[in-house]
Design a protein around this ligand. Structure first.
Ligand SMILES: Cc1cc2nc3c(=O)[nH]c(=O)nc-3n(C[C@H](O)[C@H](O)[C@H](O)COP(=O)(O)OP(=O)(O)OC[C@H]3O[C@@H](n4cnc5c(N)ncnc54)[C@H](O)[C@@H]3O)c2cc1C
Length: 468
């Protein structure tokens, strides 16, 4: 995609963040945000693109299969070709012809976005970077033979495998997968459930919209609170003062942007959002939409809801007992839900030669699309170095950046920089200057329309870097 305007210094920083090596990325991403103020309305280009980069022949030769064409897998496939060169045969295996972005999908609920605007294809990865795209699902991994079996009956050999299959959702609260698909959508994987939830919201009269939040770790820490704000904004704008959004959080407290969301719940959407932390024993009747639970002090409560949006507990796709990822022994976290990796290379600590990135990985970073993009680059860089007989970068840096709409026209932001702690072999939050003691994620000082405009710039840049 062409860049529509002459880049400003901030745009150049963002574009450089998309194009440079991993150890630069965290710092540059952080700089890009630090360079902007909370009300920067400078937003004139649509998508970044690395059109001037053509894979070279680096002399490296290897077959690499990437499983999953989401935020992590698409980025990894692209950067493996960019950095590894034409000798790397990179095959991306993805069952869907096109990807629907979760990021921004809460804006479909209030009608701000059409879901078609969240649609991304794989044509650029194939045409510009020479990634082979195979439309199929991985059904088994043979780690000893170094092959993956696909749903079309074929198999692919690999020298290195990158696994990025995202998450699957557990049956919970008395609900099944069929309930999520047809009656009580979680919409935590953007697509038909997002549209279903939007239509249920649009059909509400004065009444209660009940949503639930699972115990961390879950995908996109600020996402549920952002959704509560947008639904509240929609209901009070279009349905009057009698509507309520009731947030039942299984966590003890708000999991991200605590100051921002406390203010949003208590002031911006006061009287509309009721936030309850520390709830247990949630049960949902998908037909009557009756929700029962125990509040934080153990008292039983019942709500007759007009719409119910359960966000169920989730886990790495394929990690349920009998699943393909479990069969390969990759889900080696203590609870069997996630894949533990060496954060220098994202290589599984259970299976040599297999790397796991994105939401499926357990690596100390938040489960987020921006982070998945960063993990993919650290992983791609490490694979290229390993193929060249070198060691992975010993000091990777990653950054997390996220904007959260609070109303239909305003947003906040959150950013954090993570760096490698060699003593503990973990990624840890870093403060300015690299001091990790007391470091925290940084929230925007205010909620503003300028942030909302910048959110679009950030989103387009991120998606352009992953798919463009
Ligand atoms: C409502 C919402 C809002 C969000 N907002 C933000 C935000 O503002 N900022 C942010 O950074 N993050 C946000 N996120 C989180 C972000 O979307 C995820 O963290 C990100 O998509 C994770 O990337 P991934 O590649 O691991 O998984 P995905 O993007 O889900 O991709 C996984 C891919 O793997 C494929 N796959 C699955 N199984 C197989 C198989 N067997 N074989 C082959 N392919 C397979 C799937 O089809 C899918 O395409 C949000 C999430 C939600 C739900």
């Amino acid at each position: 995609m062409p860049i529509k305007a002459i880049p400003s210094r901030r745009r150049l920083l963002l574009l450089a963040g998309a194009a440079l090596g991993t150890s630069m990325l965290g710092g540059i991403g952080r700089l890009a945000l630090a360079d902007s103020d909370d009300d920067d309305s400078d937003n004139h280009y649509e998508e970044s693109a690395n059109t001037s980069f053509t894979p070279a022949n680096t002399g490296l030769n290897a077959r690499i299969v990437v499983v999953g064409g989401g935020m992590a897998g698409a980025t990894a496939a692209k950067y493996l070709r960019l950095w590894g060169g034409t000798g790397l045969q990179v095959t991306l295996v993805e069952p869907a012809a096109r990807y629907t972005s979760n990021i921004m999908s809460n804006l479909v609920l209030n009608g701000s976005r059409n879901i078609a605007t969240l649609d991304y294809g794989y044509d650029s990865l194939a045409a510009k970077y020479g990634v082979g795209v195979k439309t199929a699902r991985v059904v088994a991994i043979d780690a000893a033979a170094r092959t993956v079996a696909l749903s079309d009956g074929s198999s692919l050999p690999y020298d290195r495998l990158v696994v990025a299959p995202g998450v699957e959702f557990s049956d919970a609260y008395g609900l099944t997968q069929a309930d999520y698909a047809t009656r009580t959508p979680h919409a935590w994987q953007a697509g038909p459930q997002t549209s279903l939830l939007a239509s249920q919201l649009a059909a509400m009269q004065n009444g209660s919209f009940v949503m639930t939040i699972p115990k961390a770790p879950y995908r996109c820490p600020p996402g549920p609170y952002e959704r509560a704000c947008l639904v509240a904004d929609y209901l009070k704008t279009y349905r009057g003062a009698g509507s309520r959004v009731i947030v039942l959080d299984e966590n003890a407290t708000i999991q991200a942007e605590r100051e921002t969301f406390s203010h949003a719940f208590g002031v911006t959407h006061a009287g509309v959002i009721r936030y309850e932390a520390g709830v247990t024993g949630i049960q949902i009747d998908p037909v009557s939409r009756r929700v029962s639970y125990l509040d934080a002090v153990g008292n039983p409560q019942v709500i007759a809801a007009q719409a119910v949006n359960p966000i169920p507990p989730h886990r790495a796709t394929g990690s349920s007992p009998g699943g393909w990822l479990a069969a390969a022994g990759l889900n080696n976290s203590a609870d069997g839900r996630w894949c533990v990796v060496d954060v220098l290379s994202y290589e599984s600590t259970a299976q040599a030669g297999i790397h796991v990135i994105g939401d499926a990985a357990s690596c100390g970073l938040p489960k987020a699309g921006h982070v998945a993009n960063q993990e993919a680059k650290i992983c791609a860089d490490a694979i290229v170095r390993l193929l060249a007989g070198q060691q992975p970068d010993p000091a990777p840096v990653a950054n997390s950046a996220c904007y959260s709409p609070i109303t239909a026209g305003t947003a906040s932001w959150l950013t954090a920089v993570y760096q490698y702690d060699g003593a503990n072999r973990k990624m840890v939050l870093a403060a300015n200057g690299g001091n990790t003691v007391g470091a925290t994620a940084i929230e925007s000082a205010s909620v503003s329309s300028g942030n909302f405009r910048q959110m679009t710039t950030w989103f387009n840049t991120l998606m352009g870097d992953s798919f463009g």
